[in-house]
Design a protein. Structure first.
Length: 317
């Protein structure tokens, strides 16, 4: 009777994967896209990435030590990953002080306010990005031209993105899809190279860090919905933050459904909302808003879309 019964939530399966290993695998998968952003945007990309990663790490350490009085969680890599993803959603000429505000919102409000990793409702990096977009719309929508501004930071030459041209009804007939795939286009750091992002997601799939359900559901629903409304599928898939969001942000363990059926429903929801915002909304890009909205429905999806219980017999069998 001296034994203490310990009750914990399922699952109770043991695996070699840890929180830290999953986080660092995602960081490794983002390295090709990071290299592409540094190549196309140079010093501006380096400043934004270093500021975002250092800012997120510093704010998480400070909140754990002086507000929550808990041990540091920096070694699990989640703050580093949040900073990297936040940087990938920002233009390469964004002032350092604005980047730091995004870090504070992402870590302080999007993550630590809910209790830290595993308790947050929304993707922290997207919380920071959307806050900056609403608060600083001019700075957040001034996109430096790639290659032209490699050694320029604050005074970079800017231009419209592909989605911006589509939104304004501009001429997109001259846009080369190959350039969009390789990264020779304006946009945030994580939008510049579809090929680099695909390399990263292949790594995650091979290492079994993520499953195929959410990325395929997002990309497939965007393609089908775009085809139904007469849009250009190639431009929709290769422009903006669609691939970055589908591969690396919608697949976040904490804010995505647990069951495979739920993942498919969640992915379709993101894809449809993204196209709706892009086509009829006020913003040319809708991926961030779509993921945050879908994050809000994850508790309901987990409640009502469940896998068949182990050992349960179906009716008629």
């Amino acid at each position: 009777m001296n034994q203490i019964l310990t009750i914990s939530a399922s699952p109770h399966l043991h695996t070699r994967q840890t929180v830290a290993s999953c986080m660092w695998h995602v960081v490794i998968a983002l390295l090709p896209a990071l290299a592409a952003s540094l190549y196309f945007f140079g010093v501006g990309a380096a400043i934004v990435v270093v500021t975002a990663v250092a800012g997120c790490a510093a704010f998480e350490y400070a909140i754990n030590r002086w507000m929550l009085h808990r041990p540091s969680t920096l070694l699990n890599g989640s703050a580093i990953l949040t900073g990297l993803l936040l940087a990938f959603n920002l233009p390469s000429n964004l002032p350092v002080w604005i980047v730091l505000i995004g870090c504070l919102v992402a870590i302080g409000i999007g993550k630590m306010a809910f209790g830290g990793l595993g308790c947050n409702i929304w993707n922290p990096a997207l919380v920071g990005r959307v806050f900056l977009l609403i608060s600083f719309p001019v700075q957040m929508t001034s996109w430096p031209l790639p290659i032209v501004n490699r050694w320029v930071y604050a005074d970079a030459t800017t231009g419209a993105t592909t989605l911006g041209l589509l939104k304004m009804g501009g001429d997109t007939s001259t846009i080369d899809l190959w350039q969009s795939a390789t990264g020779a286009m304006g946009g945030s750091l994580g939008e510049v190279s579809a090929i680099a992002l695909i390399i990263g997601v292949v790594y995650l799939l091979v290492m079994r860090v993520i499953s195929w359900h959410i990325p395929v559901a997002v990309v497939g629903s965007v393609a089908i919905f775009t085809l139904c409304i007469g849009g250009n599928i190639g431009l929709e898939l290769l422009s903006g933050g669609l691939l970055l969001g589908a591969f690396f942000m919608a697949t976040d363990y904490v804010t995505s459904p647990m069951s495979h059926k739920g993942m498919l429903l969640y992915g379709v929801m993101i894809g449809v909302i993204t196209v709706i915002i892009r086509r009829w909304g006020a913003y040319p890009e809708g991926m961030s808003f779509a993921i945050l909205l879908a994050n809000s429905f994850v508790p309901l999806i987990n409640r009502y879309v469940k896998p068949r219980k182990f050992g349960e017999r179906r009716v008629g069998k």
